[in-house]
Design a protein around this ligand. Structure first.
Ligand SMILES: [Fe+2]
Length: 251
């Protein structure tokens, strides 16, 4: 089975559309949450996400923007964007977003795979470094956990009592690129497909992943998109300028 794994689109329809044009063949889509928040096109992103799949895990921005949670833990810029999003969503999209399931969510198949937004231990926890990944990797809920939330593509692997980070080494930030990882059967993984709509790993290109469960392969993709168009919509919506600026920095 080939699974398209996407996360953290953050209402960036330009990044999402660029990815949609190059998505390789897949059987199913797992969406790890934060469809909205920060970007200026939340309704378009919800519609486009529902067109390609029905498997979702809610993100902290999905909760805040739909009123499923308050704005606790949100910085002023994120809170402003969440309030703007809440006002901009259609009533139908707001209700749909509010009803997204809390992670972890277990896909029907394959066995031994789990999907979360933050961490298997806490849906809102950031797994940024090996230290953060230690608990879920050493006491795994599944052999492979796919997670988002950090907007940093790659992940962590534990094998024979040791742990290390997986960081793709991409080259040209102007071209589409992909890097393949072969999964080892006796290792435990936490894998982040990257953020489509607001990457924070220094590479401004949209990120996503494909998991081939039969071959035991994960392919990480980066795709250039029209950043200026996404920035213009953010500025035209009077959202904080930082939300536009950071898209070209990939931070
Ligand atoms: Fe996010």
């Amino acid at each position: 089975m080939r699974v398209l794994i996407i996360s953290d689109i953050h209402a960036n329809i330009y990044a999402f559309n660029a990815c949609r044009q190059v998505f390789p063949a897949y059987d199913v889509v797992w969406n790890l949450g934060d469809l909205v928040g920060y970007g200026a096109n939340p309704n378009e992103v919800i519609v486009a996400s529902r067109e390609i799949g029905s498997f979702f895990v809610r993100g902290n921005h999905d909760k805040a923007c739909s009123g499923a949670s308050d704005l606790e833990g949100f910085n002023p810029i994120a809170a402003l964007a969440a309030l703007w999003t809440q006002k901009s969503l259609t009533p139908g999209n707001l209700e749909w977003l509010k009803a997204l399931p809390k992670g972890p969510v277990k896909p029907e198949s394959p066995a031994n795979v789990l999907c979360v937004h933050g961490s298997p231990l806490d849906e809102d926890e950031y797994v940024i470094n090996v230290h953060d990944a230690a608990e879920p990797l050493m006491h795994p809920f599944a052999a492979i956990t796919f997670f988002g939330h950090t907007h940093i593509q790659g992940g962590f692997v534990a094998k024979n009592g040791g742990m290390h980070a997986l960081r793709p080494a991409f080259g040209d930030p102007k071209a589409p690129q992909k890097i393949e990882f072969r999964l080892e059967p006796d290792a435990t993984y936490m894998i982040n497909p990257g953020s489509i709509g607001q990457p924070r790993d220094g590479d401004p290109r949209a990120g996503f992943a494909v998991f081939d469960s039969d071959a035991g392969l994960v392919t990480l993709h980066r795709v250039p998109y029209d950043i200026a168009a996404a920035q213009k919509d953010i500025r035209d919506a009077n959202l904080p300028a930082r939300l536009a600026d950071r898209l070209s920095e990939g931070r």
